[in-house]
Design a protein around this ligand. Structure first.
Ligand code: IMP
Length: 193
């Protein structure tokens, strides 16, 4: 059976854009298209729990097949933090800018800059749950570099590349990124479903 319409349960327009550009064979429906504007609860202590919580919330509300992702930046020298708490790392007034500043401050001159982005996608399809994971290893730069992307992109450079994620096009980033890799697994699964 071919699955044609799938809801991507995210309020992040950048993520929706990235995923729409990675998936051609299915119609990806955003929450805005469904006029769902409320904040979806995200109270888990792991990426997997959060991804499932968001996908199930929308599935239970609409009955539509749905997937959601949760992403964390894991920094070795910071005991793999901020991890699942990446979105609110800088505290109550957090945003991409002060989250990055906090990472740079915490790391200081630490020579170990090793880090990875991890994405877990949870898919609720005909009531069943499936999970897909993507990881990209890299390093935290000493300063912000590049103007594209979002979140922590300006301070993350994947292994084997000269550019930060913020210096790459969406297509380039999708090729190698945590979310791109998880999405490829999702696409393969859906194509064979
Ligand atoms: P979320 O839970 O997946 O929405 O993301 C958690 C945090 O990681 C947020 O601060 C996002 O801005 C950040 N983040 C998620 N995906 C990426 C990415 O691809 N690049 C940089 N930062 C990201």
């Amino acid at each position: 059976m071919k699955v044609k319409n799938i809801v991507f349960a995210t309020a992040n327009p950048n993520k929706l854009k990235e995923i729409k550009s990675a998936i051609n064979s299915f119609e990806i429906v955003g929450l805005k298209d469904l006029k769902i504007t409320e904040e979806i609860p995200e109270t888990g202590d792991t990426l997997k729990k959060n991804a499932l919580q968001k996908a199930k919330y929308i599935y239970d509300k609409t009955g539509l097949d749905c997937f959601s992702d949760d992403t964390g930046l894991e920094i070795e020298a910071l005991n793999y933090q901020p991890g699942v708490y990446s979105a609110m790392y800088a505290g109550p007034d957090c945003n991409a800018e002060n989250n990055m500043q906090k990472v740079l401050q915490e790391l200081g001159e630490t020579p170990n800059r090793a880090a990875q982005f991890k994405t877990v996608i949870a898919l609720v399809l005909q009531g069943k749950e499936y999970f897909f994971e993507g990881v990209v290893k890299g390093e935290i730069l000493k300063e912000k570099t590049g103007k594209g992307g979002f979140g922590y992109d300006p301070i993350f450079r994947p292994i084997g590349y000269k550019e930060s994620f913020a210096e790459m096009s969406i297509a380039q980033k999708n090729e190698i990124s945590h979310r791109g890799l998880a999405v490829k697994k999702l696409i393969t699964f859906l194509a064979e479903f």
